[in-house]
Design a protein around this ligand. Structure first.
Ligand code: ADP
Length: 382
């Protein structure tokens, strides 16, 4: 069975840790995405795994075997680089065959594998074409065919779609997934593009300043970010983050946003009362703010009760099938708290708010994520 595990990796350049105690494990057949802003250390992790860099500490295990000290050739990893790493002086056949020739495989075996990989990626008619006569999308497929033909135990991708235009990127994504499914080995894919990450990942890890911030299913990270960095980084638009206070209500703790009181689930009581300060950062996802035309339905489903209030629509921007509305909450506090809501278009288009209008909205306290402003970590319900 093939699994990839990195344990406590550290890499320093000029005394600065660019990879800082990073650990994760990718299961057989899993597509794992490392997502983070530029300079967060993602490529360095990838280069350590494929053997192009040595870590200052930590280990890389492939199928349970420590490969930290092996040369790149000995590791059996298939890597697709951002610039594809193709040889312009060779044709498509030569590029796919290159790694296999280095392994000194018999000619017939090389031919069989090249033809098979080319067929899977619709490259058969292009086998004798020079690399520089191919489009970006075709070059990308050659890079994929090359790792498919190899006997790799893990596939590594370093932003392989970054140079493609939006239309090709969509198809190329499907090719990446198809190659992954064909071989079923662990895949590690590095990107700074969250839409790509969310579309591809079985599991997702967010990296910032050399450290892993959170690892989990894409839906978990979107709904339950572990800290403010993940909350700000993920989601389009990202989670709304408002300053609030914890106060006591008649039936337990409430979250106060100005004069608004959102009754919290009593399960929060312990986590909230053990804190020395009442201030809190309240996270609310744009798609979880209830639009006027869904209030009745949402009130029936919310627990604890849905908090209704009037808000002013500052801007209303139609998207495809959705509308993005910037709302100002009605509080005496200045500046008034603002929220971005994304709503599905109402069936009756007249129901769409106009900029400047006051409208009833709903906030579901059960969907709030609460963060400690000092540690920046999400609070957990016991
Ligand atoms: P990412 O892939 O997330 O953009 P990288 O892993 O490429 O980030 O880089 C992380 C940090 O390490 C960056 O600040 C980068 O400048 C630095 N870095 C990467 N390689 C070297 C190197 N060979 N020498 C010095 N600094 C490096």
């Amino acid at each position: 069975m093939s699994t990839l595990e990195v344990q406590d990796l550290v890499k320093r350049y000029d005394g600065r840790s660019v990879v800082d105690h990073v650990s994760f494990r990718i299961e057989d057949g899993e597509f794992f995405v490392l997502l983070g802003p530029s300079g967060s250390g993602k490529t360095t992790v990838l280069r350590i795994i494929c053997g192009l860099e040595r870590p200052d500490a930590g280990r890389v295990l492939l199928g349970g075997r420590d490969i930290t000290d092996l040369s790149p050739r000995q590791r059996k990893v298939g890597m697709v680089f951002q610039d594809y790493g193709l040889y312009p002086s060779m044709d498509v056949y030569g590029n796919i065959a290159y790694g296999l020739e280095n392994q000194r495989l018999p000619r017939e075996e090389i031919q069989r594998r090249v033809f098979e990989a080319a067929e899977k990626l619709q490259l058969t008619p292009l086998l004798r074409r020079g690399i520089d006569t191919l489009s970006g999308g075709e070059q990308q497929r050659v890079a994929l065919a090359r790792i498919l033909a190899r006997d790799a135990n893990v596939f590594l991708y370093d932003e392989p779609l970054a140079n493609l235009d939006a239309r090709l990127r969509h198809q190329a994504r499907r090719d990446v997934v198809a190659v992954h499914r064909l071989r079923g080995v662990p895949s590690l894919y590095v990107t700074h593009d969250q839409s790509e990450a969310l579309a591809l990942a079985d599991r997702l890890a967010i990296m910032a300043e050399g450290r892993l911030q959170q690892v989990g299913l894409p839906s978990e990270l979107l709904e339950r970010p572990a800290n403010l960095f993940v909350a700000r980084f993920l989601g389009n638009p990202p989670m709304n983050l408002l300053e609030g206070e914890i106060v006591s209500g008649a039936d337990g703790p409430c979250c106060a946003l100005g004069e608004l009181r959102l009754p919290l689930n009593p399960a929060w009581q312990q986590a909230l009362t053990s804190r020395p300060e009442p201030t809190i950062i309240v996270g609310l996802r744009p798609r979880e703010i209830v639009p006027p035309w869904e209030l009745e339905q949402a009130a029936a489903a919310a627990s604890p009760q849905l908090c209704r209030c009037l808000a002013r629509a500052l801007t209303v921007e139609p998207l495809i099938g959705e509308v993005e509305v910037t709302l100002e909450l009605p509080t005496a506090r200045q500046p008034a708290p603002r929220l971005v809501a994304v709503w599905p278009e109402p069936e009756e288009l007249e129901a769409l708010p106009a900029a400047g209008a006051e409208l009833p909205i709903g906030l579901d306290p059960g969907r709030l994520v609460l963060f400690d402003p000092r540690s920046e970590r999400a609070l957990q319900v016991e």
